[in-house]
Write a protein that binds this ligand. Sequence first.
Ligand code: FES
Length: 64
Amino acid sequence: MFVCMCYGVTDKSIRAAVQGNGVGNMRELREHMELGSQCGKCIQMAQQIIDQTIIDDSMFKNVG
Ligand code: FES
């Protein structure tokens, strides 16, 4: 699924940045990839994916 149409960034690549690079917010995400600076429509969605990925990961760690 494309989160940022302007730069062609997918939810998958955002998740990979959170899991692989410890990205925790939009500012950090934008150090790893270009998104959000064209129309800005994706910013809220990208932030939600970051938050959700962190929540999912911590739940997974608690189980393991
Ligand atoms: S959709 Fe991300 S900047 Fe436009």
